[in-house]
Write a protein of this length. Structure first.
Length: 443
């Protein structure tokens, strides 16, 4: 039974609500509560995050409406139609576009940094990366930015995913998040997406980096490798990320390349943290002479290879790592990401949960740096918003477990208003278990 209204003023936080949809909350909450009272059941709102808020999750459910009403957050910008059309030319089978823009921007920023530095050596062009996103003359594509560099100007790249505006740690100071919701067909309709902004561009670096090399600098070709999930529990993220990288390479080379040479691409699979696929791929990429690696998508995977990559003097640029561990990681100045840290997503998620009027919150989080970090930051935000710690139960689970019966039963016993599932492909089995207990999206 709810004992009060948990709400907060969005203006107090760093998240600015542009619009939101309802999932048993908002204006429909009174009707839902009345219906629950009549039926003897309780309305439970289900939320996901970027690891499971994709149409790949819906493919695991055959019963109509099994995911209906489940919603959640993911780093996402309202992508322009011409960009998504060009992605579909690369891969006509794309189901969604999660992290495609971030992948594209990671490649463009890397290329611009190398051109500005006048070299393909990451230890030299790494210090230029942050400055490419702040100060100087604004530009929105590689060709326009290259023209500024060749005219002895200073670049401020505003990319597909927004102004970027990196902090000193090499990550966005502010980011856009999509509020996504599954419909009766167990799919997410991009036309229904809403967007919020979290963070503050004022926190961006004031260091615009070293002086640029002479305009028109030429040199050895820039070689970029990919460490993206073709297999494993994030494989659903692979196609849009790979398409984003390829589209960026195409655009760069169409504009004349970097250092007077076409950018070269060497692709590779990251797998997931349960395998050594990433380690093998990184070894192969380093032997191939790459200057920068785009990836990994998984924070857990990046943590297994970041020391090898940066220790070799190669730049690592992730389009999807969100763990806040990377903000202070000793990366020798060679790790960057276009994905926002989970401190920002947690703010957007906590706002969403609060606006829906939930007073008791259960969290089921995969036991890895992504799951535990996002869970902890979300709890901290909920508590700072005025929710008692006694009204929150956060549980971690082993994503490789045979089943999640124990964790689901603990949620049944806790009887929360809302359940947040922070996980990957195993989320479908968790949600199926919640549905079977009458506390999932399907009620």
């Amino acid at each position: 039974m709810r004992t009060g209204t948990f709400a907060r003023a969005v203006a107090v936080s760093g998240a600015v609500l542009l619009a939101a949809t309802a999932c048993g909350g908002g204006s429909d909450s009174d009707d839902a509560a009345a219906s629950d009272s009549d039926s003897g059941t309780k309305q439970v709102n289900i939320y996901g995050t970027d690891g499971n808020m994709g149409n790949a999750l819906g493919a695991d459910f055959t019963e109509q409406g099994a995911l209906a009403g489940m919603k959640g957050t993911t780093p996402l910008t309202e992508l322009a139609g011409d960009f998504t059309d060009r992605l579909l030319e690369i891969n006509p089978d794309l189901q969604d576009y999660n992290y495609a823009g971030e992948s594209y921007d990671a490649v463009i920023i890397t290329a611009l940094a190398a051109q500005a530095a006048g070299t393909n050596q990451a230890t030299t062009f790494g210090p230029y990366v942050n400055g490419i996103t702040v100060g100087g003359d604004a530009c929105t594509d590689f060709a326009g930015c290259l023209a500024i560099i060749n005219a002895a100007g200073n670049v401020d790249y505003d990319g597909i995913t927004g102004p970027l505006s990196f902090t000193d740690a090499g990550e966005p100071a502010q980011a856009s998040f999509g509020i996504l919701q599954f419909g009766e067909d167990n799919a997410i309709d991009p036309a229904d997406n809403q967007y919020v902004i979290a963070g503050d561009e004022a926190n961006a670096t004031t260091d615009e980096g070293p002086a640029y090399a002479p305009a028109g600098a030429t040199g050895a070709p820039l070689v970029i490798g990919t460490l993206l999930p073709e297999t494993g529990n994030l494989a659903f993220l692979g196609p849009p990320e790979v398409a984003g990288v390829q589209l960026a390479i195409n655009d760069i080379n169409a504009a004349g390349g970097v250092l007077g040479q076409p950018v070269q691409l060497v692709t590779g699979d990251s797998g997931d943290a349960s395998t050594d696929t990433a380690t093998q791929t990184v070894d192969r990429l380093l032997q191939s002479g790459v200057n920068a690696i785009i990836g990994a998508a998984s924070s857990g995977v990046s943590l297994t290879v970041i020391d090898t990559i940066t220790g070799a003097g190669v730049l690592e640029f992730s389009p999807a790592n969100t763990s806040d561990q990377f903000t202070t990681y000793n990366d020798q100045g060679l790790y960057f990401r276009t994905a926002p840290p989970d401190t920002l997503q947690a703010r957007a998620l906590a706002d969403l949960i609060g606006q829906d009027g939930n007073n008791t919150i259960g969290i089921l989080a995969t036991n890895d740096p992504y799951g535990t970090g996002l869970s902890e930051n979300t709890v901290n935000n909920l508590v700072s918003d005025g929710l008692s710690e006694d009204n929150i139960q956060a549980i971690t689970y082993d994503p490789q477990a045979a089943n999640f019966d124990s964790e689901i039963q603990r949620m049944v016993d806790f009887n929360p208003d809302a359940i947040v599932v922070i996980g990957f492909e195993e989320s479908s089995r968790i949600i199926q278990g919640l549905n079977a207990q009458g506390i999932g999206p399907q009620r």
